[in-house]
Design a protein around this ligand. Sequence first.
Ligand SMILES: C[S@@+](CC[C@H](N)C(=O)[O-])C[C@H]1O[C@@H](n2cnc3c(N)ncnc32)[C@H](O)[C@@H]1O
Length: 421
Amino acid sequence: MPDHSAPNAPRWTREQVEHLLATETFRYHRIELGYGLATEGRDRSNTARQIFPDDLTGKSVLDLGCSEGALCFEAARRGASRVMGLDVEPDTIRKNKLKAECLGLDVEFGTVDLERDTLTEKFDFVLCLNVLHHLTNPLSVLNSLTEVADERLILEMASLGPHDRRRLGILPLFGNLLAKAPIIYVGKTPTRGRKLKRFFITPGAIHNILVHHRRIYARVDIKKSEHKDRFIATAHRRKIGHLVVVAGPVGIGLDRFCTNITRGGYPEVAEKLALPADTMLLDSTPGRPQHRAHLDTAVIGYDIMRAFMRTGNVYSRDDNLDILSCAEKITYVTLWTAPEKLRKQLTDSRFGYGTFKRPSKRERRIYFSYENPAEIVGHYDGWFDYLETRNDDQVILDMSPDVPQFIDRTAWSKIAASLRS
Ligand SMILES: C[S@@+](CC[C@H](N)C(=O)[O-])C[C@H]1O[C@@H](n2cnc3c(N)ncnc32)[C@H](O)[C@@H]1O
């Protein structure tokens, strides 16, 4: 394991280091260059301890908006197999390369404009500290970060703490409420000559975006940052060996089926799908065992009517399906049942005696759509068309008999043809 207590011996002589410090300006990060000499700036070693394990052997690390590179050097000292620091300022990058040479640390530095350039290469740890709140479109950049962060995405961000609230002119009580809500507050920049951040993103907002909208993260750990009014969010990307996606229209009993199959019900089905006894049912409830980022086998339910009457009415745009990118192997189990049974189940669960919630306009529209078997078949057609675009295993399970039966696509097509006519 690398020894992080001792700063590594610099490659440069004392005279070279002194010359560097005398001829170049450093103002953002304090970096020890040996001989008791260091650049001017903030010491980021506490942050490094908060975000990195002691040993990064075998891990790749990308620091976006790395500025003077303190965290890149910390990652390299912790034994990371590859470290890259990117920033929009070319001169900062030029000086970072000098420091890497001086320290004899293998860190690649380069320029990037996070709002214009496309990131393609994946890294285990992706850092974006104190950058998002300065950008013009932080959500779009956050999305592209999720594409390249293979294991952990680490963000440091401005929230709405007391210091910033005062500068924004927000009353304390109102500010406290805002800070607890999942919101993105848009600030003015600059205000009365003082530069303010453009955006204040609360921990709740980050959690909802990463864990609930995009189920690709198992959890987000929030820590207080040593910067005033900031927090550090570490998002843990899911990795699933075998993901079983149980899909079907609302009313078919998805939740019940998923719960049963992960609790030992439907043993023949579980056997055919090679589901071990400890298969997890995924949802995003914190504190549950599926909160673990790495799972061998997991089941999720997917309502194929999710896109129905909603904007962006196509499966490929549904961020609830982003979780597919976390799985090595995927099997889709599409549940089918006779139309009259489906309609009855929907009536019983949503509209029947004893249900007090008034159905929404959308729910009523689904209910009427179920009156026509050809329309039900049409919903399945859309789902199967989507599955054609994916190169994964799929099976169809007919839930009409007392014991569900697998049917193949040809058998389903025959049923569908008879219902269309
Ligand atoms: C406030 S500093 C944070 C530096 C470092 N990440 C830290 O937390 O100590 C923000 C950094 O983001 C960089 N930056 C700003 N806009 C950027 C963009 N569009 N693309 C890449 N880097 C950007 C700035 O040059 C600056 O170095």
